[in-house]
Each structure stands twice: as C-alpha cells, then as structure tokens.
Ligand binder design. Structure first.
Ligand SMILES: [Zn+2]
Length: 356
C-alpha cells in the first residue's frame, strides 16, 4: 500500500519519448546535427505506417526543447522536459487531424502559423510536429508552405509522412528527407513480444506487414476479428455459400482500406506458398485461404493484384471514391477467380475419382 515515492502518479521518465532501438542511426545523426547547430529547420520523416515515425518526431521535439540533454536524449528533469512530460509545453505544437477526420483543416494550419509567428515563451526553440503531412488539403498545404519558406525565429518543423508521394512536391523539396525503413523482424519482435500479451507476436507482426506499432495496435479494438471474418467471408465466396454483393455490403460497414491491405497480404503469401509450400500464418482460416490462393494460376493472381493496387490508390486519393462500388467489384472479381480455380480442382478430383 505504501506509495510514498509517488510511483503510481503516472509521471515518470518512461513517459518521455525516447526513440525506438531500430531508430538509433537516424537519432544519433540528427541529435549530433542539433548539437553542431546544423539541424535543418524543416525535416520530413517518411516511411511505412506503424513503424514509430510520429513517436520519433515527438522524441526529437522533446530533445530540441530540453535545456540540458544527457547522452543525446532529453534529461527528463529540466523545465522543458517537465512541461513536455505534462504535455503542456507552450513551445511544442502538434498538428494532426482532429477526431475521426482524415484531413488537417486550413484553420488548424492557421493556428500553427500563429504559433510560429510568436516568440518562444520559454525563451528557447519552438517545435511543431505535423502528422501526417498528406492529410493537408491543397489550401492547407499552401498555407503551410509560407512557414516552410520563411522560417520564423528559432523554430523547427518536423513533418511525418506515410505516403510521401502524396505530399506536394513544393513541400517535400523544402524539407530534409529522412527515410525510415521497416525494422527487421528481430528488432520488431524484441520490442513487440513482451507487449503482445496472449497473442502470437509473429502472427501479429505478419498481419501488420512487419510494422511493429501497427502490430501492437491490432490488439486494440476488433481488427483481428475483422480480419478473421474477412478470411471466412472470402472462403465462403469461393464455394458460393455466400454472394459477393452480400459480403461487400457487410464489409462496407467498416473501413475498406484494411480489407484491401489484408487481401494484398494474403495474395502475396499465397503466391509465396506456390513456390515454397511452407508459408503458414499459424491461423487455420487464413491458412485455408492461402491454400486456396495457392491453387489459382499466378498470372490470374497478378491480374487481380493490379486491380487491388488501383483500388487502394483510389481509396487513398483525396477524391471521394464510391466505396460500395469498389468493394462490390473486388468481391465479384475474387469470387470469379476462386470459383474458376475450385472448378478446375473439382473436375480434376472427378477425373481422379473416375480413375479409381
Ligand atoms: Zn530536459
């Protein structure tokens, strides 16, 4: 019961963002640049979603605002760190889409430009983190451009992008680009395993395409159940126990992007299985699905793949695609290609039975 040291008040050095182990190369270079006073005023951290870029951006921001860093990380004790621990530092600004919105609105960018125009309240630097930059629409991006062109005072802008190709070239060209790779599975599993209580970390990491934070995220909410029910749904289309339109209608209630991403991943694994025969995700429904994909001629799988890539591009574009139509088409195509393969294997089976 003793709590005299206040150990449960939630505020400890652990709350200060420290970069992940797989980010140390970037960290050492950038923190060194900062010490040498050579850190560019605008950085763009880009790479796959779910590998910790936002965390890195925050950590770097805290570091830039720390008054006496220790061993190239924030000290955790100075006034700047105290304020950041409490998430109340007046010279640290985070720009992200609000609530469930996917876009960063121009009004939010105006708040940022006002912040940048003011002098730092703590007398040091000002830091702004924008995540993800592709969430800025054209007007918002243009409003930001001025701040990138004419940096005001002692300020640093740290932009985060999951899809840098969707960021306006004029914004990209004004930032130093820092590309983050997906960490190796050893690095990811070392971090993920102690956190993935009750779940197979290898399976989670596989579901998340190797992105460790995205893998951990799967434990929140019903992402894993949805993935299972999608796999079951896709199997039911192949034996025609359900209709493509019925499944599309069901999928439409959720987000279409995870559907597309799971499908892409299964196709990739299914193709691999055609070659190695060894791929297993350790989950029976998904393994059945991979086995099914393994029976489809690879040329047909590739054609379907191209279609999915096009659908994904549409879903990510700022134009408002017709999700119902996209999902219906995908499910109908999937049904057509799996039925074909099932028919082929059934007639093969009939021939075999006839021979016996
Ligand atoms: Zn400090």
């Amino acid at each position: 019961m003793s709590n005299e040291h206040g150990s449960s008040n939630g505020s400890s050095r652990d709350d200060l963002a420290i970069p992940y182990a797989w980010q140390m190369t970037h960290w050492q270079r950038l923190s060194q640049q900062h010490m040498d006073q050579k850190l560019p005023h605008a950085l763009m951290l880009s790479g796959h979603k779910g590998i910790g870029k936002y965390h890195f951006a925050k950590a770097l921001g805290y570091y830039l605002l720390c008054l006496s860093p220790v061993n190239q990380v924030p000290c955790g004790r100075c006034k700047g760190c105290e304020l950041n621990l409490a998430e109340t530092h007046p010279d640290f600004f985070v720009l992200r889409p609000e609530g469930t919105s996917r876009v960063i609105k121009i009004d939010q960018v105006r708040q940022l430009t006002e912040f940048l125009a003011k002098t730092a309240q703590q007398g040091g630097k000002k830091v702004a983190v924008i995540e993800p930059v592709e969430a800025l629409n054209v007007n918002a991006a243009n409003a930001l451009l001025k701040s990138l062109e004419e940096p005001s005072g002692n300020s640093s802008l740290i932009l985060v992008s999951h899809v840098p190709s969707q960021v306006m070239a004029t914004i990209r060209s004004r930032c130093q680009q820092i590309a983050f790779q997906i960490p190796t599975s050893e690095e990811s599993l070392a971090w993920l395993t102690p956190l993935a209580v009750g779940q197979d970390p290898v399976y989670l990491l596989g579901c998340a395409g190797g992105a460790p934070l995205a893998a951990l995220d799967l434990l929140n909410g019903d992402a894993l159940e949805q993935r299972q029910s999608l796999a079951t749904g896709l199997l039911s289309l192949s034996d025609s126990s359900r209709s493509a339109l019925e499944l599309a209608a069901e999928l439409q209630r959720g987000e279409p992007l995870p559907v597309v991403e799971s499908l892409m991943q299964w196709l990739q694994l299914g193709l691999k299985r055609q070659v190695t025969e060894e791929v297993s995700v350790g989950n029976s429904v998904e393994d059945q699905l991979l086995a099914l994909i393994g029976t489809i001629p690879s040329a047909i799988v590739y054609r379907f793949w191209d279609k999915i890539v096009a659908v994904k591009r549409q879903l990510l574009s700022s134009a408002n695609p017709n999700k119902q139509l996209l999902l219906e088409e995908l499910m109908m195509d999937w049904q057509a290609l799996t039925r074909q393969s099932v028919q082929v294997s059934q007639s093969r089976q009939q021939v075999m039975n006839g021979l016996l």
